[in-house]
Unconditional design. Structure first.
Length: 79
């Protein structure tokens, strides 16, 4: 079963555009948008499993210069 998560990204000052450009190139990214508020970017990611989503975030997101912090909101089925 596929896994989906919303990743809320905080960037360093002046780095949002650069981070956005890098995120758009990653496999598993379904959408990525700059936003206003407590976060700078929201990305929707999908993978084959929760582990695949976790690896995408820890092994690829966290290597991008300019990302200060991520908050991952894993989706679940309740119905």
């Amino acid at each position: 079963m596929a896994a989906k998560a919303f990743v809320l990204v905080t960037t360093s000052v002046g780095q949002t555009k650069s981070v956005l450009t890098h995120l758009k190139k990653l496999d598993g990214i379904k959408s990525v948008d700059a936003v206003m508020g407590p976060y700078d970017i929201i990305a929707v990611v999908e993978g084959e499993s929760v582990d695949n989503v976790g690896k995408l975030i820890t092994e690829q997101f966290h290597k991008i210069s300019g990302i200060e912090r991520t908050t991952t909101c894993q989706t679940i089925r309740i119905a």
